[in-house]
Design a protein around this ligand. Structure first.
Ligand code: ARG
Length: 458
């Protein structure tokens, strides 16, 4: 009855049509075809080397699989739902094409270790790809930082003007975040990069396989050390999803700032037209769709992490069909992160910076008040008293509708007799920025130093 099924031996009735559709994963796991074929070729070669199948079988299998690869890539492969997943679609086609030899491929292997292998191979390449996109974004940020070293903007806390900072310093904050994201992915890669094949269904195999030989062919530095764990572990995928969630959180914060900065109230930046859209009713509108959408997509990436964590929760060892649910969240996150990074790198590269608006905003809101307090400390006042005196001066300015840069020396001296005419040089935004010459501070030399370090990959 179940003649088309590779596992049909013990069954007498065909699978219910809807059950077949419901349980199939081919619609989404077909994207693992390349990894599946690569893994099968390595497995077949190992079986041949170990004398488990003949070298003529190996030759036919490898040739057959290479043809299937070409067919899939040419769009000539008919994926069948009744063959459930990519593994059985390929294996069934191989057997049809080459007969007996094809039916020997699955010796000493299970779909449980096979699927774990395929996901690891796939994710490994994708992590490298995502790292490359991160490099592009970091490079775009470094260029903006380097090209705008003269631009001073207000730094915020609580979204209230706090102290002047270099725009470059703000860009370099994101460089730090994305470099950490890269490092996290590199670390995750160590756990992805382990060969699970050889675990069999759950307990290993009775055949004298050579796992290290397979690992070598597939460029895995190590092999898994427990067969039960090898087929039931998805930690590596969860780790990736968590790393991706953090990365998207960074992109969402950046998005939010870009959206804010491009409003007519801020006018700090202009996103190029290619990254914005208009409104069908309001002719004046230029909407920052790209950062908005990236901010929005952060939600699905968080959701994907929760989805897989919840799928894996309480699963008994070893493989359970629940685990087939690992792929869609994983693929969706990979696609979303890659797309978001790519579009962000391009957008940042083309972003125009309105240095004048930023500077104007930086000198408002009493942004150099801390500098006056620090000035008084250098003149011998304890910091708390200095803070109090400057607070009173700010209150005076608020009352009289003026900025602290507009106070005369006589007015300053109402708040502290220690204030002298050198105060004026200390409350410009340039002086404020450049006074913060500590490692990691916003002084121009400090920022230039960090740009240099980041360029050198330090
Ligand atoms: N399509 C399955 C998955 O993605 C492959 C492994 C199936 N193994 C099994 N024993 N049914 O998880």
């Amino acid at each position: 009855m179940s003649k088309d099924k590779l596992w049909g031996g013990r069954f007498t009735q065909p699978t219910d049509k809807f059950v077949e559709e419901f349980t199939a994963s081919i619609d989404f796991d077909k994207r693992l075809y390349h990894q599946d074929i690569r893994g099968s070729i390595a497995h077949a070669r190992m079986l041949g080397k170990q004398g488990i199948i003949t070298l003529s079988d190996v030759e036919q299998i490898v040739h057959g699989l290479q043809q299937i690869l070409q067919q899939i890539e040419a769009g000539e492969f008919d994926f069948s739902i009744s063959l459930e997943d990519i593994h059985m679609n390929i294996e069934a086609r191989l057997s049809t094409a080459i007969g007996e030899a094809g039916k020997r491929l699955h010796t000493g292997r299970s779909r449980n270790d096979q699927v774990a292998l395929d996901i690891r191979l796939y994710l490994r390449d994708e992590i490298v790809g995502i790292s490359t996109y991160l490099d592009l974004l970091i490079d775009a940020l470094l260029n903006q930082a380097e090209g705008n070293l003269d631009v001073i903007m207000p730094g915020f806390t609580h979204l209230q003007t706090a102290q002047p900072i270099l725009f470059s310093h703000h860009m370099m904050a994101y460089v730090e975040m994305f470099r950490r994201d890269k490092a996290r992915l590199e670390d995750c890669l160590k756990r992805v990069n382990v060969l699970p094949l050889g675990a069999g269904a759950l307990a290993g195999t009775t055949f004298p396989i050579d796992r290290e030989y397979v690992a070598e062919q597939l460029d895995f530095p190590t092999v898994t050390r427990n067969s039960l764990d090898a087929v039931s572990d998805r930690d590596f995928a969860l780790e990736f999803l968590a790393d991706a969630a953090i990365l998207m959180m960074h992109l969402s914060r950046f998005s939010e700032e870009l959206i804010l900065w491009s409003t007519s109230s801020f006018r700090f930046i202009d996103l190029s037209d290619g990254f914005c859209t208009g409104s069908s009713i309001m002719p004046q509108k230029k909407n920052p769709d790209v950062p908005e959408l990236v901010r929005g997509k952060t939600g699905r990436v968080y959701g994907n992490l929760m989805a897989l964590l919840t799928t894996m929760k309480s699963l008994p060892l070893a493989y359970n069909k629940d685990m087939q649910e690992d792929k869609e969240p994983l693929f969706d996150t990979i696609d979303t992160v890659k797309g978001s990074l790519k579009i962000f790198a391009d957008m940042i590269r083309e972003m125009r910076v309105n240095g004048d608006s930023m500077r104007r905003a930086a000198s408002l809101g009493f942004s150099t008040a801390t500098d006056v307090a620090d000035y008084l400390v250098r003149k011998g006042l304890p910091f708390r008293d200095a803070h109090e005196a400057v607070g009173k001066a700010v209150g005076y300015c608020v009352e009289n509708g003026m900025d602290i840069t507009e106070l005369s020396l006589a007015e300053w001296q109402l708040f502290s007799a220690k204030i002298e005419s050198d105060i004026f040089a200390c409350i410009t935004v340039e002086a404020s920025v450049n006074a913060r010459n500590v490692i990691g501070g916003t002084a121009r030399v400090a920022v230039e130093h960090e740009i240099q370090r980041a360029r050198e990959g330090k």
